[in-house]
Design a protein around this ligand. Structure first.
Ligand SMILES: [Zn+2]
Ligand SMILES: [Zn+2]
Length: 449
């Protein structure tokens, strides 16, 4: 509206006071008033008393005026703007501008809607994931706490049982001592009254004490300790793993977490071992990645090496250890016989040597499909809960121990103590294949789900 009134006032300014139209060829008189050239000339023509201004009545000595080009241009412009064509053009221009802006506004609105939808979706998904992850961790915490309770309860129960047994034994010994004490008193009394006592009474006293307390088996404190030692975090993690659904990627993350945690604790998670073919008996054949070995009943053409076992179908791991704690797992599946464990790197490889700690071997062996032995001196027959398909070997160089586990459930199988060598090598023997009977390869397991 302001624009319209401005237009109107401008139009009035540019209107000739004589013809009341927009100036045509505007001229300015000395009194600074403007008129159309034609109008003022015509006015002066009709004026009898000499030239004067029709507006302010000022008289002039001559008919002088100045052409006002600037005003002329302005008038032209106002005239053009006032034309219908110009109005149409302007309207069209404004309508187009409006339409373009409305279109752009719609576009921005649409984009804003999409971004807002994204915000909603992101918030929703983030909340769902947060909930899910917290639930998974809650489950892991729960499993871990349950595991802790179970392990501590088991430890407590075994301890209680042993304690109760020991207390019972103390009770039995004390009872026996009380009976003996009474006997001693009786014998002493009889002795002090020798002259009053009848011979019959003396003869009725047995020379041997009437008390006999059963000897109880000695407390196996070492076994109690061994069955609750080893790479504990790894053992508990393996037990946890049974409660975790594999294939859930959280489990894979968990593996990395566990591995990282184990490495932080400097307790070795399963070492990525391979076999060392240079140490292998010529009958042994390896997979390309050196993680599987089988016995082929005949010698392969292999280079001669002092490292090579020549009598028994043995092979060592590619890595030797002189410090730290190391754990690896060996798949024996349903092989009918095998030996595995740790060997000193100085063992005699040319001779046929008995596997025992004195010769630098700390091993477990299977014979006749079902007989498990620890090759201590003398051998110890083992009775695993179930035939282990995967055996875990834990070497602790500082403690000087080699411990074996059924890697399926991490149940303890056997521990060698006072293990001593400069360097230790993982040791394996496939034993002879015996036709097809024991041909199944022995494998080194790399930790993977
Ligand atoms: Zn005029
Ligand atoms: Zn004037």
């Amino acid at each position: 509206m302001a624009g319209r009134s401005q237009d109107r006032s401008l139009r009035e300014e540019l209107t000739c006071a004589i013809c009341c139209e927009l100036f045509s060829e505007p001229v300015m008189l000395d009194c600074m008033h403007h008129f159309c050239r034609g109008c003022i000339q015509e006015y002066w023509d009709r004026c009898a008393h000499g030239p004067s201004c029709p507006q302010c009545r000022r008289k002039f000595p001559s008919r002088a005026f100045r052409t006002h080009y600037l005003l002329s241009g302005l008038v032209d412009k106002v005239r053009r703007c006032g034309s219908e064509e110009h109005q149409h053009k302007m309207q069209k221009h404004l309508e187009d501008a409006l339409q373009a802006r409305q279109k752009e506004m719609e576009n921005l609105l649409q984009r804003k809607r999409l971004v807002q939808e994204d915000i909603c979706s992101l918030t929703k998904v983030s909340g769902e994931l947060n909930f899910k992850i917290r639930a998974e961790f809650a489950r892991l915490h729960q499993i871990l706490e349950e595991e802790e309770r179970t392990v501590l309860a088991e430890l407590g129960e075994k301890g209680e049982q042993s304690l109760a047994q020991l207390h019972r034994h103390v009770g039995q010994l004390e009872e026996g001592m009380a009976v003996l004490q009474r006997d001693i008193e009786h014998v002493k009394q009889t002795l002090s009254r020798m002259e009053d006592v009848s011979l019959l009474e003396v003869e009725s006293l047995d020379i041997r004490p009437s008390v006999h307390v059963e000897t109880q088996p000695a407390l196996d404190l070492q076994h109690y300790r061994d069955s609750h030692s080893g790479p504990l975090q790894y053992i508990f993690w393996r037990q946890m793993l049974r409660s975790i659904c594999p294939g859930e990627h959280i489990a894979v993350r968990w593996v990395w977490w566990a591995r990282a945690a184990l490495q932080r604790e400097s307790t070795a998670a399963p070492a990525p071992l391979t076999f060392d073919p240079e140490s292998a008996h010529p009958n042994l054949v390896f997979s390309r990645d050196l993680t599987a070995v089988t016995e082929r009943n005949r010698a392969q053409p292999v280079p001669i090496s002092p490292q090579r076992f020549r009598q028994c179908v043995n092979v060592l791991g590619s890595q030797a250890f002189d410090s730290g704690r190391h754990y690896w797992e060996v798949w024996v599946g349903s092989k009918t016989k095998w030996d595995l464990g740790v060997a000193a790197d100085t063992v005699d490889r040319a001779a046929k040597v008995k596997l025992c700690p004195e010769n630098g071997y700390w091993t477990l062996r299977l014979r006749n499909r079902t007989e498990y032995w620890a090759t201590a001196t003398p051998w110890v027959r083992l009775t695993p809960r179930q035939p282990p398909q995967k055996v875990g070997v834990f070497l602790d160089c500082q403690e000087g121990t080699v411990t074996f586990f059924d890697a399926g459930d991490m149940s303890h199988l056997f521990t060698f103590h006072q293990v001593s060598a400069q360097r230790y090598c993982p040791f394996f023997s496939t034993c002879f294949s015996d036709g097809r009977d024991n041909v199944e390869p022995m494998r080194l397991c790399h930790l993977a789900l």
